[in-house]
Structures are given as C-alpha cells and as structure tokens.
Design a protein around this ligand. Structure first.
Ligand SMILES: Nc1ncnc2c1ncn2[C@@H]1O[C@H](COP(=O)(O)OP(=O)(O)OP(=O)(O)O)[C@@H](O)[C@H]1O
Length: 869
C-alpha cells in the first residue's frame, strides 16, 4: 500500500474514530473560551440589565449550537470521506460504468441463448405478478357485489399465481446457471491475464490481494447480470406496466405517483455513486486484510519462532477495524437511502389516497378504481424502490469491478511474446552496456552499464557482495525483465528482446535461489514446463541421478509419484530437485542462482560432480551465482560485481593476483581473516594466507597457533636462504621488493628485512601502506622489531609450528601502542618480546611465501621472471 495513501487513510480514520454522527456537535463543556466570550458579548448587548443566570444559559446554548453548526456540518461531510488503501489505484486509470458493462456483456455473450431463456421466464413471471392485484381487486369487488364473475376471476388469479411461481423458479434457475458460467469465465480470463503479466507487476502486488480479486470481486461482478440486473429489469417491467395501468385509471393520480418516484430515482442516483465508491474501498480494505491473513498464516513458523502471534493478530485486527469504518459509512448511507425510499413510497400512497378519496367523493372515481389504484401505487413504488436498490448494488459491483476490469485490460508482458529463433543456439549470451532498474525502484540502478559475455560451453561465476546485482543478471538472462538500456545478444546475432519467448525458454534451465515446487508428483515437478515435449521416465530419472536426487526420491513412500507438499522435502532436496528439473530440459544455458546454498558439503560435492558431468561435453553454457566462493574456484571465468557494475573478471588465480574485491572476499570468506592481515601472502595458497594472517595477528598480540595449522606441510618448501632472490620471482604488481637483497615480499620484508642494506623504514612503510592499508602499522611494528632476525630459516615444519606458536604467545608480550614511537618504531629496547614474535612470524611468512611449487602453480608470470633471473 502506498505510504501516502495509508497515512491519509489512517489520519482520516483517526479523525473519524469519534466521528459518529451523534458527536458532530461537540459538548459545550469542551469550549470554555467560547462560552466566556458569548457571556461577555451578551452582557454588553444587554447594557446594565444583565440577564439572569437561567436566561443566560439558554442564550448561550442557542448561540453555541448556532456557532457550532458550520463546524458540525463540516465534520459530518468529512465523516463520509474515506480513502482507499489500494496500492495501485493511482497507477491504474479508473474504470467507468461503460467499460464494466461492456466487459459484462462480453462475458455474457457466449450464453445469450441461456440469457434469453432466463429473460423470457422473467417476463412471464413479471407479467403474471403484475396482473395479480388487478384480478385480486376484481375478485373482491365481484364477490362483494355477489357476481358469479368472482369464480372466473379467482380461476384466472390462481392461474396467474401458478404461472408466476413457475416462471420465477425457472428464471432463478437459469440466471443462477448463467451466473456460475460467467464467474467461471471471468475467473479464467482474469487468472490467464494475471499469469501473463510482467514480473514487475508481481513485485508490487500481494498474492492475498490478487486472490481476493479472483474470488470476491469476480463474484460481485458477475452477480450484476445474474442477480442485480435480473431483479432490476423485472421490477422495471413491473413499474412501467404499473404506471401504464395507473395512467389508464387516472392520469392525475398517475402524475403524482410518477413525480414521487422521480424523487426516489434522484435519491438513488446520489446514493448509487456513494455506494459504488464505498464498495470499492471496502473491497480494497478487504483485500489488504486478506493479504495480511495469508501472509501470517503462510509464515506461521516464522511467527511462532519470533513469538509475534499477538503482533500479527493486532495487524489483522487493525485492517478489520478499517473495514468496520467503511462498513459503518455504508450502513449509515444505506439507512439514509432506505429512509428516503420508504418515505417516498408512503408519501405517494398518502398523496394518492388523499387525491383519490376526493375524486371518489366528487364522483370522478369509483371505489373499485381507487382500491385498484392504491394497490398499483404500492406495486409501482415498491418496484421502483427495488429497481433503485438493484441499481445501487450494480453501482457497488461496478466499484468492485473496476480493478478487475483494469487488470483484464492490462497488456501481456513483452517477455512472453513470440519472436525470432536461432536455427542452432550455441549458448553464448552477451550483455552490451546493460543497465537496469526495477520498475518498483526506478531510481536504484541494479545494473549500471554492464558488459560481459557468457561464452558457450564455459562455466562463468558471478560473485560479489550482497546486493551487487548478481541475481538481477540472472533475472535478465531468464528474461524475467528486459534491460532498461543496452542489449543482450544470443550468439552475437539475436537480440534477446526479439527472441521467441517459448523457444528461448526451451534453451534455458534455471535453478533459483529458493526453488519453489508445485503440489504435484516428484516426476511432474521434474518434467514441469515440458508438456509439449514430455520427457520419458528414464529421462526424468537420469536427470534426478545427475542432480544427486535419485536416492532420496526412491526413499520416499511412492518414489517419483510422491506428491510434493510444503513440508515434504528439505532445502537441499528441493534444490537438487530443482537442478533435476533444469537438467532434464537439456538446456543450452544453465543458470544456477546460489544453487548450493542449502546443500551440505557431501551433497555439494556430489552435485559438483553432477555438474561437471553435465558440462563435460562442453556444449552447455553455465552461469553460477555463488556466495560460497569454494564453489566457483574452478569456473572458467569469475565475474566480480559490486554496486551493479562489473569490477573484475578472470580465473580464480588471476583475480587473487589482482588483490581486488575477489581477493578480499576470499580472505574473509574462505579463510575468515581480514584481507589486510593476509596481504603479505605471496600466492593463493590457503596456508600462506593463514600464515600471513597469523603473523599479523601474532604481532599485534593475538594468539594464533600457526604451526599447528601448517607447520609440517610447509617444511619442505622453506628455503634454506631466506635472503635469496625470491622477491625477484614475485609478481611485481603484487609483491614489492623492499631491499636490495629482495628476500621476501614487501609484507614479509616488513617483518624481517628492515636491517638489510639499502632498505629504509620509510620504504617499507610506503610499500606497506600502498598495498596493505590499515594493517600497515601493526605489521610494521612487528617487522621493525624483527630486524635482522630470521636469517636462518632452515627450519623444518615442526620448528615452524612451534615458532608460530611462540610468535603467537610472545606477541602478547609487546604491543605497538606501548613500544613504538610516532613513526611506528619500537621506542624502547624493552620491546624484545614483540620483536621476537615478529621475527618468528616473519619467518613463518617468509617460509610459506617462498614455496616455489606454489609460485610455479599460481604465478606463471612470476615463474617466468624467476627462470629468467
Ligand atoms: N524485485 C526487486 N525490486 C526492486 N529492487 C530490487 C529487486 N530485487 C533486487 N532489487 C535491488 O537491486 C539491487 C541488486 O539486487 P540483486 O538481488 O541483484 O543483488 P545480489 O547481488 O543478487 O544480492 P544477493 O547476493 O543478496 O542475492 C539491490 O539494490 C536490490 O535492493
């Protein structure tokens, strides 16, 4: 619901809570200042002869009431004003009576024969009913005159009553059938129209709201023809017939009756427009309350977990209160209308009686004619009242129908349109300068000038922080939305917006973030959407096996025929089923949005095997979104997104080398360390990163048992001579050599090489700060303390382990804050423990950083340089 509208609504309601008609005139006791001024003015007017106290009270009361009248009138007028909470009422143009009736007619058109049959029964019943007062009067007067014609009239009367009964019954039956058929047709049409709406429409609509349109509004709309129009036309026929009869009896009396009926009609028109508006608001509020109920009931587990039963009940009740406010106004309006109607009805009778009696007395009318007249006046006025009543109901139904008609008239989403196809689709999708903002948040650029290619047969991974636009790219690939600007090309030739939607959907398989399954059998869920090309049971099972789902499916009571219910499957099982559903289509483009988030390590590994198998033919483009970076390490290309833009692109190792967003994500997520602390790592190996982190943490006083983590593993990779030329072998972009000996990376050098010739502390600081940011100071503190240390790193794994531990322990003894001067250097010689820890940490880092196998594996460029050297 639009906030503004909601607020308006609430404000109004707040204003009307005390605003029942009885309270429009505020009690005088609430207006002391006013009373005082009246008293003074009255006294002045009376001069010296001041009125007595009771007189003054009466005057004050009268003036009070008069003064309050305008405000009371305004309050009364305001009380009727109430706003609809409908979210989309501003976006959808209001629908008038004409389009609604036209729509109703189109719904009714296929059933015209049934409508004609029902109408003939209606006419028959009406004529018979119309004749009943006539023959009743005739019978009475024939009997009173002792005429034998009485029997004849009575027989005719009996016949008319019987025909009326039969006609009314058949009329009711036919109209009821017509109503059911129209409701079915309307609901089908509305459902189909909703199903074809663009995805953005559903972003802004509550499901409860839509189902309310399908149920209540559709019923109210079709009732117009089958019930309201039926009753209105019937009564109209009777009213017109009655008026003609009255005219024949006495034109002056007929004139009086018609005049009073005209007043009735005028009142009805006013009330009709009010009723229409109120009913629309009522339907909107009802829809809101339904959506609250549906949301709460469908999220019952969340509600229970958070213990918000009371909160949700209050939320629902607040909507019911608003419903009550609308209902109160409807009831008050109806009461006024009925009062006016009945007064008009009886007024016409009294007037007819007064004039008619005068005419009888003057001999211008017989008693029989007057009796007949009075009976028909009643007949005509009640028929008029019924017509008016039905007219107001028709107006109400029009109010309820406006949104239905508006929804029916909405054009289908362009994303489901027919279009061009490719004879063979290789699976390549290219985004060219694509920007996109969701229609519900046009100011927020979810994608901003994205250009990238998903090459055929390759696995491309999209990574990035939450909200960076990964799912949006998936949404565009699925063509749930179209780009706001830019192009998406299939195989560099066909614009996705021109592609045939049905064809494209056969080319793409999707495993969404939160797979939703239908309440059908497992097999039907896997084969979902393939009605035109139904897969065999073997195909379904093969896909299930590939998705590692076969085993758990077979363990279900009825295997593939088990009905999927809400609580049947775990999150991981749902995802594997969704993967099977995607694989069975043998898509050219497979999009996996966080597909492994609900899988345990074992299942994930198996699904990876399945995916590898599915990709082995290299005839399928796979796009994977993953928060768990471990799942995308081996992607052919990893695209790193941030704030709707592509920031980095490359393989795992290339991206780690760039020390950019991906590097930071890996540090934080895979190793749980601050990237700044890990920046000394010289390659992509986890041990190295951990070692660097351990060193930094140890140097700043943390307790990290690095050795225990990787001591033995690193034993063989430690160089005998730490002051060797390892730095030369390092990629200059990432590892700055800090001195002539170039023993280690800049980070490592900051720990161990400050004492080496040619290096200055400023050099190191510079290197550190340019590369490492916030961690520089800590590292420098440790490094400085470690000056000259670690030259002999003929350490073995066990030693490294214990040294790492020592570093951690000893690091706690000295901190930068206590021991360093303003330049970050140790201020006192007493920082020995800190220095020692830094030395040890430095050795650990250096040892790990100099693993040549790793360099060979991970830094091809650096390796080349090393061999060159
Ligand atoms: N249906 C939507 N309507 C409006 N804005 C949306 C919608 N879906 C996403 N957004 C916005 O678009 C931006 C990108 O969201 P997106 O879901 O693509 O990010 P993401 O990288 O996939 O995040 P996550 O990893 O958390 O799933 C965010 O600012 C988000 O708030």
């Amino acid at each position: 619901m639009g906030t503004a509208l909601r607020n308006t609504y609430l404000n109004r309601n707040a204003g009307v809570n005390t605003g029942c008609p009885a309270t429009f005139l505020r009690p005088r006791c609430q207006q002391p200042r006013f009373r005082w001024s009246v008293r003074v003015n009255a006294s002045a007017a009376a001069g010296a002869a001041l009125p007595t106290s009771p007189q003054l009270g009466r005057i004050t009361s009268a003036v009070d009431v008069l003064r309050q009248l305008p405000q009371a009138a305004k309050n009364f007028a305001d009380w009727w004003k109430i706003e609809s909470p409908a979210k989309t009422q501003q976006s959808e143009s209001p629908v008038k009576l004409g389009p609604v009736l036209a729509k109703l007619w189109s719904l009714c058109a296929p059933d015209v024969p049934l409508l004609l049959l029902a109408s003939s029964f209606m006419v028959m019943a009406s004529v018979c009913e119309l004749s009943i007062p006539h023959f009743a009067t005739k019978s009475i007067f024939a009997a009173s005159e002792g005429s034998t014609a009485f029997h004849g009239y009575l027989s005719i009367l009996t016949c008319m009553v019987t025909l009326y009964g039969v006609g009314a019954a058949l009329r009711g039956f036919c109209f009821s059938i017509l109503n059911n058929r129209m409701t079915r047709r309307l609901r089908t049409e509305l459902f189909a129209s909703l199903a074809r709406r663009e995805t953005a429409f559903f972003d802004g609509e509550d499901v409860g709201n839509l189902t309310s349109r399908l149920q209540t509004d559709c019923q109210a709309m079709t009732k117009v023809i089958a019930t309201n129009a039926n009753i209105a036309v019937r009564n109209l026929l009777q009213a017109v017939g009655g008026i003609i009869y009255l005219y024949v009896l006495s034109p002056p009396l007929c004139g009086i009756t018609v005049a009073i009926s005209a007043v009735l009609w005028a009142v009805t028109l006013v009330y009709g427009s009010f009723a229409k508006r109120m009913q629309k608001i009522f339907q909107d509020v009802l829809a809101e309350s339904n959506s609250v109920a549906e949301e709460t009931l469908s999220l019952s587990r969340v509600v229970r977990t958070f213990g918000t039963e009371g909160v949700e009940t209050r939320r629902y009740t607040s909507w019911l209160d608003r419903l009550y406010q609308v209902g109160k106004r409807q009831a008050a309006g109806y009461a006024l209308f009925v009062a006016a109607g009945h007064i008009a009805c009886y007024a016409s009778k009294v007037a007819a009686l007064a004039v008619g009696c005068g005419m009888v007395l003057t001999g211008n009318l017989t008693a029989e004619q007057l009796t007949n007249f009075i009976m028909y006046v009643e007949f005509v006025t009640y028929a008029s009242l019924n017509v008016c009543d039905e007219f107001t109901e028709i107006c109400e139904a029009v109010g309820a129908s406006e949104r239905v008609v508006g929804m029916l008239g909405a054009p289908p989403a362009p994303q489901i349109a027919a279009g061009a196809t490719l004879p063979t689709f290789r699976g390549q999708v290219t985004l060219r300068d694509v920007s996109f903002s969701y229609p519900s948040r046009p100011s927020n650029m979810a994608l901003d000038g994205v250009s990238l290619t998903f090459p055929p047969g390759k696995l491309t991974a999209l990574v990035g922080l939450s909200g960076s636009g990964k799912t949006t790219v998936c949404g565009l690939l699925q063509r749930l939305y179209d780009p706001t600007s830019g192009q998406m090309l299939l195989d560099d030739t066909l614009d996705l917006q021109q592609a045939d939607a049905a064809w494209y959907r056969t080319q793409i398989g999707v495993v969404p973030q939160e797979p939703r399954l239908f309440s059908r059998s497992i097999a039907a869920n896997i084969a979902y959407g393939m009605e035109h090309d139904s897969p065999s049971q073997e195909d379904i099972e093969e896909a299930a096996r590939a998705a590692n789902a076969h085993e758990f499916i077979m363990a279900l009571p009825e295997g593939y025929n088990t009905l999927v219910t809400d609580k049947l499957l775990s999150g991981g099982q749902r995802q594997r089923l969704a993967l099977a559903r995607a694989l069975v289509r043998k898509p050219k483009l497979l999009v996996l949005d966080e597909f492994s988030s609900a899988l345990d390590a074992e299942s994930e590994a198996q699904v990876h095997v399945a995916l590898d198998r599915a990709m082995s033919a290299r005839d399928r483009t796979v796009v994977v979104i993953a928060h768990r970076l471990s799942t995308v390490r081996h992607a052919d290309c990893i695209v790193v997104m941030d704030k709707g833009k592509v920031y980095e692109m490359g393989s795992h190792h290339e991206l780690l080398g760039q020390r950019g967003i991906y590097w930071q994500l890996v540090c934080r997520q895979q190793y749980g360390i601050d990237p700044a602390n890990a920046a000394a790592a010289t390659d992509t190996d986890s041990d190295t990163i951990l070692a660097a982190a351990a060193a930094a943490v140890a140097a700043s006083g943390g307790m990290v048992a690095v050795g225990a983590l990787h001591g033995d593993a690193r034993a063989d990779s430690v160089h005998d001579n730490v002051t060797g030329s390892v730095a030369d072998s390092l990629d200059a972009e990432f590892y700055a050599s800090s001195n002539g000996n170039g023993s280690v990376s800049s980070r490592a050098s900051s720990y161990v090489d400050l004492g080496s010739p040619g290096s200055t502390e400023e050099d190191v600081l510079h290197d550190d700060s340019s590369l490492l940011g916030a961690a520089t100071d800590d590292a420098f503190a440790a490094g400085h303390g470690g000056s000259g240390g670690g030259a002999d790193s003929g350490a073995h794994g066990g030693m490294l382990g214990s040294m790492g531990s020592m570093a951690g322990s000893m690091g706690t003894m000295g901190t930068m804050d206590e021991d360093n001067d303003e330049a970050g250097r140790p201020a006192t010689a007493g920082a020995g423990a800190g220095r020692m820890s830094a030395v040890l940490a430095g050795i650990v880092v250096t040892a790990a950083a100099t693993s040549q196998e790793q360099q060979a594996e991970l830094q091809p460029g650096a390796q080349a340089r090393q061999s060159g050297a």
